[in-house]
Design a protein around this ligand. Structure first.
Ligand code: CA
Length: 419
């Protein structure tokens, strides 16, 4: 999860967070050249870090073991310097994550772990389906926990310098895990960005939230399913999970709905949304009327709409991506026999590539809408600029950065030039 969070600083970069597999932009850094050039400086950096860790009480023997023969990791350098050009549309991502095959595997795991999940649900007041959906998304039910040496990954990221303090703190936390006796140095494995075990916890998250549920005295999110599942439950409980309350639901919006409300931010009670004509595909239970909800259209007004309740925001604490949280939510619903997304998606109106997003921001700025820096990241400024443009040009103001929108912007620029 946190491996993705590294790329997902904004609530709104919901599509762009999932794209490492689609990375196509030529790498700007040659990992081998980088490593050759930096070998000596990295060696000095490690010595310096070890001194800092020693002063914080980590024993020399642990430090020597953790950093034995350590070198920069070329895979980390490569992945950390790759910016994806093409965004995978949210509907493709959701279709893959919630396909029937995935639902079947999840149900099988849910059944197999039923006894421990029942105990976990009692202890933490967190629904088993959501725990299992996260387990599946994070590590394929424990099949993909990552084989990288966490010390090497984190030291490489910390040395590289972007958000160096964040990575240094995680590196220090990784040492503390060994110090606490939970895991041996050689067994501290994870993703290339340091996310560990079946829960894909970063080391600092492990220290705060991992629990020993099977009672063997060690918090083991790598090979103990009980510990991994309970640790996820503990995390969700901490961030306010509401037991047996839905994450939200897919909804239908009335004709001429004001899409300025569907920004995923403005909060109203479910009853207030209902009063605005928002309807569920199944009648929304009146016991949810006083729950706080936001309305979200991940692919604009031509795609599905969702009411998102507090539990959705809790799932986003696990990974700050709306697409991720929707995938988890829809998967968990299907474990319960509920339906997948029923609305159609605007497959003809694809999201923009990175260079197209930059072009969009340049045009918006050129036309006097403040889209902020032209970095290709669709944050709050860009969304507001899109919406202002849509209002001025009598388009439906859903803030969706699509190819249709870019065409409209290009036409508006042309018109402005020829005037
Ligand atoms: Ca344990």
């Amino acid at each position: 999860m946190f491996f993705l969070r590294h790329f997902c600083s904004s609530f709104f970069i919901f599509v762009n967070c999932i794209l490492l597999s689609l990375a196509s932009q030529a790498d700007t850094v040659d990992p081998q050249l980088y490593i050759q050039k930096h070998a000596q400086a990295f060696h000095i950096w490690v010595s310096d870090f070890k001194k800092q860790a020693l002063s914080k009480g980590i024993p020399q023997t642990t430090l020597d073991a953790a950093f034995k023969d350590i070198t920069l990791d070329p895979q980390v350098i490569r992945l950390d310097n790759t910016q994806p050009e093409f965004s995978r549309p949210v509907w493709e991502y959701l279709a893959g994550a919630t396909a029937q095959g995935q639902v079947n595997i999840g149900k099988k795991n849910l059944n197999e772990q039923q006894a421990v999940l029942t105990k976990i649900a009692q202890s933490y007041q967190v629904d088993p389906e959501i725990i299992v959906a996260i387990w599946g998304m994070e590590s394929g039910y424990g099949a993909n926990t990552g084989k990288s040496n966490v010390f090497r990954s984190l030291a490489t990221l910390a040395y590289e310098g972007r958000r160096a303090n964040f990575w240094k703190q995680e590196l220090m936390a990784a040492l503390s895990i060994v110090q606490a006796g939970d895991r041996k140095v050689t067994d501290l494995t994870g993703s290339w960005a340091g996310a560990m075990g079946q829960t894909q916890f970063m080391p600092s998250t492990f220290l705060r939230f991992a629990v020993d549920f099977d009672g063997d005295g060690k918090r083991n999110i790598w090979t103990s399913k009980a510990d991994a599942l309970a640790s996820t439950a503990n995390y969700l409980k901490h961030y306010g999970w509401k037991y047996q309350i839905p994450w939200g639901m897919e909804v239908k919006l009335p004709a001429n709905f004001n899409y300025q409300l569907a920004d995923g931010i403005q909060q109203k009670t479910v009853a207030q949304w209902k009063a605005l004509g928002v309807r569920g595909f199944i009648t929304i239970d009146s016991k949810l009327d006083q729950e706080i909800a936001t309305l979200f259209v991940p692919a604009g007004h031509k795609g599905a709409a969702f009411l998102l309740l507090d539990n959705f925001r809790v799932i986003m604490r696990y990974n700050n991506s709306t697409a991720y949280a929707l995938a988890i939510s829809l998967l968990a619903d299907q474990f319960k026999g509920k339906a997948n997304v029923q609305s159609s998606w605007p497959t003809e109106d694809r999201p923009l590539s990175r260079s197209e997003r930059v072009e969009m921001q340049e045009i918006l700025n050129g036309l006097g809408y403040n889209a902020g820096s032209t970095d290709g990241i669709i944050g709050i400024n860009t969304r507001q600029a899109i919406q202002a443009f849509q209002i001025d040009y009598s388009l439906i103001p859903d803030s969706y950065a699509s190819i249709t929108l870019l065409d409209a912007l290009r036409a508006a620029t042309k018109a402005a030039i020829t005037q």
